[in-house]
Write a protein that binds this ligand. Sequence first.
Ligand SMILES: Cc1cc2nc3c(=O)[nH]c(=O)nc-3n(C[C@H](O)[C@H](O)[C@H](O)COP(=O)(O)O)c2cc1C
Length: 149
Amino acid sequence: MAKLVIIYGTGSHNTEKIAEAIEEGARAEGIETILENVSNADKNDLSDADAIAIGSPNYRDLMMPTVQKFLNELADVDLSGKTGLAFGSYGWGLEAIQAINKQLTSYGVEMIKDLCIKRMPGEEELEICRRVGSFLACKINNKEVKCAA
Ligand SMILES: Cc1cc2nc3c(=O)[nH]c(=O)nc-3n(C[C@H](O)[C@H](O)[C@H](O)COP(=O)(O)O)c2cc1C
């Protein structure tokens, strides 16, 4: 079964809500998912994943230090060819999400479009997050078929 691993940092739960909605959308497509706060995350869970989604809020133009540390630790895991997503909540700038994208790209991950949600996601934004989760699931379930964005 295709597997998506979602790892996130969060200060006030906004990015956590995004992560949960991504998982909900992916699960609805029948794939296996692992959802972990970065403080409990295990990099070994990523080695057999088909897709990885890493999220962080933007704090002082940076991702959370815990997320940065985890990303750095991934340097010795072979992630090449996996599908990836960078996501997070922000107030006014996208630096954290863009930095996640850049680092995963440097590991050979094939990134889909970033999922950036301003502040607390409302029902409309959560639905967008669920759709991104479904899209990721579709991509790793059947790589040859075009998935609706
Ligand atoms: C101390 C502090 C610093 C912040 N710095 C930034 C920033 O540099 N850029 C930005 O876009 N948002 C900034 N924000 C806003 C947060 O990114 C925003 O509140 C986000 O929703 C927090 O997500 P979380 O609930 O997952 O922690 C900051 C918020 C706080 C409390």
